[in-house]
Design a protein around this ligand. Sequence first.
Ligand SMILES: C[S@@+](CC[C@H](N)C(=O)[O-])C[C@H]1O[C@@H](n2cnc3c(N)ncnc32)[C@H](O)[C@@H]1O
Length: 233
Amino acid sequence: MQESQTRKRTVRSFVRRAGRTTRSQQRALDVLWPVYGLDDDAGPLDFAALFGRTAPVVLEIGFGNGETLVEQAAGDPDRDFVGIEVHQAGVGHCLLKAEAAGVRNLRLIDRDAVEVLERRIRSGSLSRLNLYFPDPWPKKRHHKRRIVQDAFVDLIADRLTAGGALHIATDWANYAEHIDDVLSRSDRFRCAERRVHDGEAPLDRPQTRFERRGIGQGHRICDWRFERVANNE
Ligand SMILES: C[S@@+](CC[C@H](N)C(=O)[O-])C[C@H]1O[C@@H](n2cnc3c(N)ncnc32)[C@H](O)[C@@H]1O
């Protein structure tokens, strides 16, 4: 069982980019990671113990440079935020932003989000999950790398509380079709809102870095809010 799970996870939704880490990002990784970062693999996270209170928890997968995540955490002090990202320069940038904003309701994890969801996030423990501009993997032979797949949707449905929200945004028309297909197959989610725009109407979120890039390339943006339906519905 363990072995077959390991084999399955060799198809990942990211490639670790070497990318340059600036000196200030490296300083942030050295000095601020102990403040905001979670890197022990000691089993399921206890959010109440982690944040020292009981509050709704919002998880962002693939936060990139973290600007959107920090802005949301700073603007919503009554909720706690957890961000997952594997790109070290992005994590460093996010740490600098978090320090500048003085946010306390934020923790970061630098591991594959699928593994984190499987091993460290308890069933029904998230009030909202944000997936903004996931890597589109445009080539057909790479579509299997897209993070939005039936198994992933089942996994996040379990981790969200009933009535919780799943927010997704993409600037790739073909990925938008794929997301519509996969989510429409799930009886755990109901599409509460879907909007297509040119960057002027992000759905309950600040604009992101990749979104700005996509708009600059003439892409339209698709935003969804799915609601996690109760098990007995
Ligand atoms: C296209 S970028 C979008 C970044 C950001 N959300 C934005 O809109 O600017 C996708 C990000 O997701 C991260 N990512 C992809 N799969 C991931 C995974 N399984 N776990 C953690 N991060 C992941 C990548 O490293 C990348 O930084």
